[in-house]
Design a protein around this ligand. Structure first.
Ligand code: URA
Length: 234
């Protein structure tokens, strides 16, 4: 029997429940449905697996030209992930992304919105320096974009920042122009998960064309605003 309370919501009669002969437990505590919450060990394991997969790539002009793999830098628990294009000479020498002139500018850009570089997670589309520091080719971008998608899934950032057209193309295709797409919040779906994305100019481009910095500054302010809105700890 359902007893309807005049003033409140429906109340299920205890007799009805008892008649099912099921021992219900009513808990006011929320149920923890996230049985597989990522642990640090889990993330490290997945990152190492991905690294090995990239190191085992065959028939790749990038890999055969490079001194070493340039995989990542920063905090893998960070809510902010930055994706650049690919290693340059200094990155190839040191094995870390964004450690040359573009990296110096990136550090300044982050610090302008009160973010320390070590508190973000940084990677590139391609993980080996292209021969003669050329731009990665479309086929190379496509090939490495599979690894990049996996990388994003592992880090699972709350905000993904794509720096430059190569990072944009790797995830959104080749038919769009960065001048039109930058500065606008976008959504990217990877393995049924939606990521919040900002495309912005690459620091190396800003070193070549400093008058474009005004656009980057607008994008950085948007990023800061989103971090504050989402109450991200960084
Ligand atoms: N440019 C990039 O896109 N990535 C680096 O790591 C360095 C320069």
């Amino acid at each position: 029997m359902i007893v309807k309370d005049k003033n409140q919501n429906d109340i299920i009669d205890q007799e009805l429940i008892n008649s099912f002969e099921i021992n219900y437990i009513f808990e006011s505590k929320p149920i923890n449905r996230f049985k597989n919450k990522p642990t640090i060990e889990n993330t490290n394991y997945k990152l190492n697996n991905l690294k090995t997969k990239i190191q085992n790539i065959n028939n790749c002009d990038l890999k055969s030209n490079a001194k070493q793999l340039v995989f990542n830098d920063g905090d893998h628990r960070s809510p902010v992930m930055i994706v650049g294009e690919g290693p340059g000479q200094k990155e190839d020498d040191l094995g870390k992304p964004f450690v040359g002139d573009a990296g110096q500018l990136l550090n300044k850009m982050l610090s302008a919105i009160s973010i320390k570089r070590e508190n973000v997670y940084i990677t590139n589309v391609v993980n080996y320096i292209p021969p003669n520091n050329r731009k990665p080719e479309q086929a190379e971008i496509n090939r490495y974009s599979e690894f990049l998608r996996e990388h994003i899934s592992i880090i699972d950032p709350k905000i993904l920042i794509l720096m430059g057209s190569v990072a944009m193309e790797a995830l959104f295709g080749f038919k769009i122009k960065i001048s039109k797409e930058r500065g606008i919040w976008k959504e990217l779906i990877i393995s049924n998960k939606t990521y919040v994305v900002m495309i912005t100019f690459h620091p190396a481009y800003l070193l070549r064309l400093p008058d474009q910095k005004k656009y980057s500054w607008a994008d950085l302010k948007e990023i800061r605003k989103k971090i504050d809105e989402l109450k991200l700890k960084i």
